[in-house]
Design a protein around this ligand. Sequence first.
Ligand code: SF4
Ligand code: SF4
Length: 128
Amino acid sequence: MTYVIAQPCVDIKDRACVIECPVDCIYEGARTLYINPSECVDCHACEPVCPVEAVFHEDDLPPHWEHYLTVATEYFDEVNRPAQDRQVPLADHPLIDRLPPQSRLKADISVFAVRKEEAADADRWFPS
Ligand code: SF4
Ligand code: SF4
């Protein structure tokens, strides 16, 4: 079992989840972060700190973001993300690459943790 980072992280990347992860299994891409499914120990520490509610247990992914588990798996298997240099932003999965710029509204709201639900909704229906 693993946790998964979905679309709300794209173009936010404040790295709050990275600080919480006890096993350093969250890696930085150019526009989003990725949890390595084979390293995640399913501890839940990252989920509550995300200001835009981008982190989900794989069983709780909303239907419109279910493909983000595949994105994470492919990012480490096929894109061949190396296990070292976690903090070095590398290229993204092609699906993330193709996303249009995400809402500035989301980025602006996300700095206020008390408004995280509003930030998470800012581009919920943006094409993915
Ligand atoms: S659930 Fe735990 S181990 Fe998995 S990415 Fe989040 S903090 Fe790291
Ligand atoms: S805390 Fe959320 S928005 Fe911030 S880097 Fe992690 S997944 Fe992305």
